[in-house]
Design a protein around this ligand. Sequence first.
Ligand SMILES: Nc1nc2c(ncn2[C@@H]2O[C@H](COP(=O)(O)OP(=O)(O)O)[C@@H](O)[C@H]2O)c(=O)[nH]1
Ligand SMILES: [Mg+2]
Length: 473
Amino acid sequence: MLPLKNLTISGLLTESQKAVDNLTHLAMDRRVRLAVTGLSRSGKTAFITSLIHQLLNGLDGANLPFFSVIAENRFLGTKTMLQPNMEIPAFQYEQFVATLTGEKPEFPKATDGLSEIRLAIRFQPANFISRQFSKTATLYLDIVDYPGEWLLDLPLLNLSYAQWSEQIFAFCKQEPRSVLAAEWLEYLNSIDLNRSADEDTLRKASHLFTTFLHGCRAKNTGLSYLQPGRFIIPGDLKDAPILTFCPLTAATGTPAKNSLYEVMEQRFESYKELVVKKFYYDHFSKFDRQIVLVDMQKALNHGSGSFADMQSALQGILNSFSYGSSNLLARLFQPKIDKLLFVATKADHVAANQHPNLERLLNRMVVRPVNEAVFQGVEVKTLALSSVVCTQTVVRDHHGRRLSFVKGMPIGRTEEVMLFPGEIPEAIPSLADWEENRFNFLDFQPQKYGSGGTIPHLRMDQAIEFLLGDKLI
Ligand SMILES: Nc1nc2c(ncn2[C@@H]2O[C@H](COP(=O)(O)OP(=O)(O)O)[C@@H](O)[C@H]2O)c(=O)[nH]1
Ligand SMILES: [Mg+2]
């Protein structure tokens, strides 16, 4: 506001020009940095590929009735743009979509680390004021794919090396970790922690610890709450010395200079500064909106232990969005995420009538941190969706009951199956409710769809509307 004594005609003109410039800018050029995360195999690559594909095909019959800019006939098209950041690997959209839509459609191979892509969405503003300045406007959308495992490192910032080691050793007393950790722990018992550190021992100890972590998350164990995140998904730090440490039991007295204990402690502290904090500074602090993908079926398939562990991992991930209680991030920077979407992915693994329960169950798993985020002014939504629908729901009578089956081609098989994978509980099952083999969710192959069509999806349009709708008016 201008002070009264400065209220000359030229002053007024300058101020009103500034207002016009601001509005024009608002009307013509908007930006959103959208982050997509989730634990490994939760469906990030498939989600982003389908999202881009639906937006690129928005003019030619993409099935997006809930995306208001399309429903209102204001959508003018989407293009992929040049990579905005030279130092971040590109999200390989062309390659992924070719794999998904080829002669023999397949899901893209697993990817590792962080990647990014920029899109430009052209549209006609709905807003009367915006329309006065320009008939068309552009939203620049940067999509960033990063591993949810990295967010599990946030609590490390509050722990000393001794505290962290103690925590991991306590975890290792319980099954199935105790068996998996045996070789690593045996090795630690065989070395003198006060002797001078050498790279060989550091490497061997950290290698056995990393093998233990990989064993925990292997398909038949299915654990998710594993730290440090870069030991699981190193990204650009593969084989770097900063990843050669592991928890150790504190030796009595002050650790000797250059002892194994002292060197590992230094590397742990460097990891916190140069890896964990750096990720939050360089990337996390710049996100405007965030999607967290969760593979609920995977958590249910492996029984109560794996489910509880996935819940801890999810709560750990959500600490990064509970700005109030975790002050940790507020100390580092001012977080600016204003919308947070939780997605139960691969909804086509279950029959359509199970989708509401999928959403309810996810809601229950995240309820506490979400309340905190809402309290801090973040808009939160939960959705069960499918980025790439691979199955159909078929309703049949079975021993006098009407049951909904899932029909599709499981990955690695040559014949379709019709499967009743189990009913999704609406609340977190109690220990007594876990029976052996209660759930049997399979991975399905994408289907070949007719030429000219787009990748079939479920509720991608609701996700897009929640994340972008208000930026396209
Ligand atoms: N049926 C089905 N399977 C999916 C869907 N999205 C992902 N998947 C499966 O989950 C696997 C991992 O997905 P991906 O996107 O690579 O996970 P990321 O590691 O989080 O990037 C894929 O290979 C598919 O088998 C989906 O929408 N429907
Ligand atoms: Mg991926």
